[in-house]
Write a protein that binds this ligand. Sequence first.
Ligand code: NJP
Length: 233
Amino acid sequence: MPRALVTGASRGIGRAIAERLARDGFDVVAAARGQRELDEVCAEITAAGGRCQPLVLDVSDPQSVAAALLGADVDVLVNNAGIGALKPFMETTAAEWQRMIDVNVNALYHVTHAVLPSMIEKKAGHICTIGSISGRSAFVGGSCYAATKAFVTSWSESLMLEVREHGVKVSVVMPGSVTTHFNDHVPSDDDAWKLSAADVADTVSYVVGTPPNVLVHRAEVRTLTVPHGRARR
Ligand code: NJP
């Protein structure tokens, strides 16, 4: 049974990806910091006939990641964990800035560095990272966040060019606005126009399900239901 490691799998987009990949036949390792939420995700997946194990992990902590993923053998890594403190630059604290860089950027090094060797050795594997349309289209309040997502796009393309000759696929899925708790948002009826987490998970499922000789490197996912007058994303 192929195995998928999904970071940030305790809620939102990551949870939907874990559920979707389990339905697709993956043995899922669901990683995040919150044990209780991860246990719920895995219980739900198991009850639906899938396979899932929780992994309590702060992806921004290099020692913890190295210890947890030492010798890890996964077929698909979904780098989904990400945070956003969306506010004007001058209101962004140094701690918020550092945290976004640690989780959205540095964690990609820690986690991917741990799982890539076994993929290269097997000459197969897929690293799929959740970026954002904001990574190539800036917005007010996104000075750090959008820049971290620009990093995701650039890093993913460079890595893809580097490892495809080893049979390893690298993709980036770039959503628009999605109904989740991202940036401390409380989902409400006002979010009806946004993408659902399941919409993004469907895209990840498609991207990792392509035939061995096909790579969808970049997928941009948008809603068609933006209300008049809203910022277009
Ligand atoms: O966010 P949210 P989304 N170590 O807050 C986990 C991108 N995106 O699902 O650790 C490990 O509901 C956290 O779990 P916990 C976005 O940039 C979103 O919306 O227990 N895990 C939770 O499971 C991000 O890359 C939108 O707190 C850590 C998960 O991450 C991805 O989509 C639009 C962690 C966050 O769940 C998922 O965001 C877009 C750590 N240090 C891109 N820190 C959007 N929502 O509109 C957090 O274009 N997590």
